[in-house]
Design a protein around this ligand. Structure first.
Ligand code: CA
Length: 220
């Protein structure tokens, strides 16, 4: 059987970082601080962050919504790519994690472009829709509790303008999606969303094997 995707060894991944990663030292400092935490695996990789920064500029995004902020690295990536009047709305429930995030957003001078909403993300999405924000976002990043991925996806789709893009993280879930023995709720939710998106009539779709799998869905 022929392989359609390169086997990304650690050495080759290091090479990718060596020849393409342009990471500000403050961003690297945040990653290092987060890497010392037990939840470090929840942080996106720096190459994925850079890709999302580039994508933000490629589509000329001004308004971004992030579902799952953790210690704030991805929000930094979006905020630095936005114009001065751009905004990232960050949804998270953790005071502790987002306290770290706020500290770095402030130090990076990007805090004015970031609005943190500490509440269950589904509630924040509903609140935004009732505030009249449907159709007003250019980009969404979904990277929170996997069991609610479907709800987040449909909510973000409503918040996006036509041509806006949703990024869904962890769609390969460490390979569990193809492991017949894996039947935990998170894996099941991710599998169900992947299957649904394959047939979803309101989006253009691409699943990239970057990080733990990143789906790009463009609203028609
Ligand atoms: Ca993730």
């Amino acid at each position: 059987m022929s392989k359609r995707t390169l086997n990304l060894t650690d050495k080759l991944y290091d090479y990718i970082l060596e020849v393409s990663l342009r990471e500000h030292s403050l961003f690297a400092e945040l990653r290092a601080e987060t890497n010392r935490m037990p939840e470090a695996a929840m942080q996106i990789s720096p190459d994925q962050g850079q890709f999302m920064s580039l994508l933000t500029r490629l589509i000329g995004a001004k308004r971004v919504i992030e579902i799952g902020t953790f210690t704030g690295y991805s929000a930094l990536c979006f905020a630095q790519a936005l114009p001065d009047d751009g905004l990232v709305v960050c949804c998270d429930v953790s005071e502790d994690f987002t306290a770290i995030a706020r500290r770095y957003w402030q130090r990076a001078g990007l805090h004015q472009k970031i609005e943190l909403r500490l509440a269950p993300a589904g509630d924040t999405i509903d609140a935004l829709i009732s505030e009249g924000a449907a159709g007003s976002f250019d980009l969404a990043f979904i990277d929170a509790d996997k069991e609610n991925y479907d709800r987040y996806f449909e909510g973000c789709l409503e918040l996006l303008r036509p041509g806006g893009v949703i990024l869904v993280d962890n769609v390969l879930w460490g390979g569990s999606v193809i492991d017949p023995a894996a039947d935990d709720p998170d894996t099941k939710a991710i599998r169900a969303l992947n299957r649904k998106l394959a047939q979803h009539s309101e989006i253009d779709l691409s699943l990239l094997p970057i990080g733990d799998g990143l789906t790009l869905a463009r609203k028609l």
